[in-house]
Design a protein around this ligand. Structure first.
Ligand code: NDP
Ligand code: 8X3
Length: 266
């Protein structure tokens, strides 16, 4: 918790799932410290609710700033840092979590709209956010200091049928993350990737265009990770001694051993 003292943390996709849990986990790890949390997503009301919950739980110990931001819109990202109040611009940790999957169509049938939203959110959005925040890190001593935590997926390591575009976006995240870590070798900037397996969030509801029954079927007979499980690992990585880089982590629930090998209770 001491290692978070005085830090400003920026989380994308904080209105739900892993991003939301990550905001709560940072707040709970350092409830009375001088921590600032910038929580962003498209759904402003959900962010306001989360902000109220964090302020309430920490008795205003943690400062929270909800900001509406669509990472798939390059122009919104361009204006983002400049639009923050001065005292919120000294960002130390960027959690690039915003992401989504649309559909299970095979490659010939994938709708152009779905393909575009996955790439502009999961890939271009993550890269644009990184470019927007890196200059803040690079102004610090020793070539720069700060943490970039990218949320990849088992899907980026093991492509599966019906997921070609989503898997390709997460492979792109993995590749970008690794190049970046190598490019920043002479700095104190840490480039971290966390790749979850199956986590129960709104992810599958979004994949099936709001069809809750289809989404629930994904987790039938399984004991998936919770978004809190992933949040704990993200906060763990951010709270290591500054010379320690938790470069790459793959997280499964106990009954999963690959993207598709999943033991289901009968
Ligand atoms: P959720 O659907 O619960 O959360 C996704 C978050 O991303 C929401 O807060 C959503 O907010 C936000 N988001 C989506 N599009 C945009 C956008 N254009 N701009 C800003 N924010 C956006 O799913 P998860 O929590 O599961 O997903 C979080 C990350 O974890 C994703 O990158 C996903 O690929 C990854 N992941 C998920 C796994 C799983 O099994 N659930 C496994 C491995 C990785 P809003 O709609 O308000 O914009
Ligand atoms: C989410 C995990 O395997 O459903 O990234 O694509 S998977």
């Amino acid at each position: 918790a001491k290692r978070l003292h005085g830090k400003t943390i920026l989380i994308t996709g904080a209105s739900s799932g892993i991003g939301r849990s990550t905001a709560l986990e940072f707040a709970r790890t350092n409830p009375s410290g001088d921590l600032r949390l910038i929580i962003t997503a498209r759904r402003k009301e959900s962010l306001e609710e989360l902000a109220a919950q964090i302020r309430d739980e920490t008795k205003d110990g943690v400062k929270v700033l909800p900001v509406q931001l669509d990472v798939s819109k390059a122009e919104e990202i361009r204006g983002f840092v400049g639009g923050l109040p001065e005292e919120w611009r000294d960002i130390h940790v960027l959690v690039n979590n915003a992401g989504l999957v649309k559909g299970v169509a095979k490659a010939p049938e994938i709708a152009e709209e779905d393909m575009n939203i996955m790439f502009t959110t999961n890939v271009t959005g993550l890269i644009n956010m990184t470019q927007a925040i890196l200059p803040i890190f690079q102004k610090r001593p020793n070539g720069g200091q700060g943490d970039i935590i990218n949320i990849g997926s088992i899907a980026g390591r093991e492509p599966y049928p019906g997921g070609s575009i989503y898997c390709a976006t997460k492979a792109a995240v993995r590749s970008f993350t690794e190049s970046l870590r190598k490019e920043l070798i002479a700095t104190r900037i840490r480039v971290i990737e966390v790749d979850p397996g199956q986590v129960q969030t709104e992810f599958s509801v979004v994949r099936f265009y709001g069809d809750k029954a289809k989404a629930d079927a994904v987790y039938a007979g399984c004991d998936p990770l919770t978004p809190d499980d992933v949040a704990e690992v993200i906060v763990f990585a951010a709270t290591r001694r500054e010379n320690v880089v938790v470069a790459d982590t793959l997280l499964y629930p106990n009954h999963q051993a690959s993207a598709l090998i999943m033991h289901r209770r009968p």
